[in-house]
Design a protein around this ligand. Structure first.
Ligand code: ATP
Ligand code: MG
Ligand code: MG
Length: 578
């Protein structure tokens, strides 16, 4: 393994480690407030990062960037990375998503050991800390309507106005907050707000709401709570309770960092959380051409049945990528290649596809598949005869050996490898021309059969018995064309799905357009292909290069033993290049 590329986040981590910033930290082995972290012999992990998905959808390619970054840092700096389900929102969170997230992070190749957490397990601590903030005069219950609060927030150029309830005493606030918790009020009747500065230049510091009333059943805590912490309050506390050192998030949270720091500093002063405090670091989210990476849009594509489900191979979800045949290694290479930056950019899909192609090129055995079959008859091949040809499993890896492929007098070839009247520069089959049947014989085209409507239904050839590849006579034949084939009698006729990009334009839904109008109508073509017989035994998720075509995977859902179905992962060359 070569050393990982340097970037600004690594620089921060390395500087912190050099300064011994976390050397004296205590970590009891599980999350908790400061008074529960005083045991133990210090944190054995040099740094702690976390990947904190909200379990309200399937992970997508953008999440893969964050996963590779956070788990990668932990691996490179002898740290730990937590898998934390950020499930503080009682709505829209489901076990199905939790399971899918676990699978996806494992599939990408990362482990978290015992460090799997649910933010909702911290509700009691979050509540206790809120009471401490109230007692210290750092939070108050506001009883304005949502409308009034919005109106008094001010603008970028105008300061906000203090709420009339801002003068409530800690005792009044505490009593009200406890009544909120006890379920005495309807949703929206009151909120708990941090008491900071309504004139702050940063609107996020103008007394942000930190708790709201929500009479809703939570997937983990049931009906225990009818008040729930706001994300901006919950997230810094989750980080602190878990002794996170570097809390890495996307750029849109940069404006929240002053509140993140304010809150944790107050809680540290009150003895609630361990120090040194975690630090938030923002990086540019992944934006990719030809896909949408917003959960809302992905949900719409699935629910409105523009795709077959969350694992549709055309979707930029990790379950979709897996079915498509993309590899975890390819994602990790991609994450390393694009690096992390401090400003947003748009990465071309061909960069990701190139990473997959490179990895598959190294690891996928070669096989032969005829996707658009046309019959080829060798008129002078002895009737009923069969023999074996040998094909290398990987042209650059002789140690992978060769496999036998049956050869006979009737073969399948690609329809495009024959032209009755050849175009200029066409070196494949046309009457009078000779080509090599790759790994087999040289054949000369002598004609073609047509059906009543004039379509070519078979090509006739003669073979040269002394031209077989690998025999001494083979070198005597110099031909320009070299085409692939499978023996018709032995071939495995299989369903093959030719996937292409789901969207026809680089930035779906740009401007006023509805992103659904940019769907590529040709994103999937289902064909019956003729495959070399060995492919009949392919196991689900086995990946291959089909020579001259691209990379294919045995579908993990629809394949049956002895009857695999194949999905095209990527073509051999980037057909989308301008
Ligand atoms: P949404 O806002 O659509 O609900 P989210 O992007 O906030 O979804 P989370 O489940 O909260 O989804 O994300 C988990 C982590 O993945 C967060 O730390 C987030 O920063 C990161 N992440 C999400 N999308 C991207 C992206 N496009 N590029 C990089 N990181 C991302
Ligand atoms: Mg989120
Ligand atoms: Mg998002």
């Amino acid at each position: 393994e070569k050393p990982a590329a340097s970037n600004f986040i690594r620089s921060i981590v390395e500087a912190d480690l050099a300064a011994g910033k976390y050397a004296g930290r205590k970590w009891s082995g599980k999350p908790g407030p400061a008074d529960q972290q005083k045991v133990g012999a210090g944190d054995t992990a040099a740094i702690r990062t976390r990947f904190p998905p909200e379990p309200n959808g399937y992970l997508h390619f953008g999440h893969a960037k964050s996963i590779c970054l956070n788990f990668g840092l932990a691996l490179d700096y002898n740290g730990a990375c937590h898998l934390r389900f950020d499930d503080t929102n009682p709505e829209k969170e489901e076990q199905e998503y939790v399971d899918a997230i676990v699978d996806a992070v494992h599939w990408l190749g990362f482990e978290w050991g015992d460090n799997r957490y649910f933010a909702s397990d911290y509700f009691q601590w979050m509540y206790d800390f809120a009471e401490k903030l109230i007692e210290a005069g750092h939070a108050y219950v506001d009883s304005q309507s949502a409308e009034e609060m919005r109106a008094s927030r001010g603008t970028l150029t105008e300061p906000g106005k203090n709420s009339p309830y801002r003068v409530r005493t800690p005792a009044e606030n505490l009593a009200l907050f406890r009544s909120m918790r006890a379920g005495e009020f309807a949703d929206g009747a009151h909120v708990l707000r941090a008491k900071i500065d309504m004139a702050s230049g940063n609107i996020n510091l103008r007394d942000p709401a930190i708790y709201r009333i929500r009479h809703a059943t939570h997937h983990n805590t049931g009906d225990t709570w009818c008040i729930y912490p706001m994300y901006t309050y919950a997230h810094p506390i989750e980080d602190a309770l878990e002794n996170i050192t570097h809390s890495i998030c996307t750029l849109e949270f940069a404006d929240q960092r002053p509140f993140y720091d304010w809150l944790l500093q107050r809680l540290a002063e009150l003895g609630c959380v361990n120090t040194p405090l975690p630090q938030q670091i923002e990086f540019a989210r992944l934006n990719l051409t030809y896909v949408v990476l917003s959960k809302r849009k992905l949900i719409q594509l699935v629910e409105e049945k523009h795709v077959a489900g969350w694992d549709d191979p055309r979707l930029p979800t990790l379950v979709g990528a897996r079915r498509r045949g993309f590899t975890p290694e390819g994602f990790r290479r991609f994450a390393e290649m694009i690096g992390v930056a401090k400003s947003d950019s748009l990465i071309d899909m061909s960069v990701l596809e190139g990473c997959m192609r490179d990895h598959l090129g190294e690891t996928a055995p070669r096989r032969v598949a005829v996707l658009d079959p046309l019959r080829l008859v060798i008129d002078n091949y002895p009737a009923g005869q069969e023999e074996w040809c040998e094909a290398p499993n990987h042209p650059q890896k002789p140690e992978w050996g060769k496999r036998p492929m049956p050869f006979s007098g009737e073969l399948w070839i690609e329809r495009e490898d024959f032209m009755e009247t050849p175009a200029k520069g066409y070196f494949r089959l046309f009457p009078g021309n000779s080509v090599r049947l790759r790994y087999g014989y040289v054949v000369k085209c002598i004609g073609a059969d047509r059906d009543a409507s004039g379509n070519v239904v078979a090509v006739h050839c003669e073979y040269m018995p002394d031209s077989k590849s690998g025999t001494p006579g083979a070198d005597n034949y110099k031909v320009k064309g070299n085409i692939h084939w499978v023996s018709a009698k032995h071939a495995y006729a299989a369903e093959v799905r030719l996937y292409d990009r789901l969207f026809a334009v680089a930035t779906p839904g740009s401007g006023e357009r509805d992103f659904l109008d940019d769907i590529n109508p040709q994103s999937m073509t289902v064909i019956t292909a003729q495959l070399e017989p060995a492919l009949k035994d392919a196991k689900a998720e086995e990946r291959f290069q089909f020579e001259r075509h691209g990379y294919f995977v045995a579908d993990r859902v629809d394949s049956k033993p002895g009857a695999p179905v194949f999905n095209r992962t990527v073509t051999l060359k980037d057909s989308w290049a301008a």
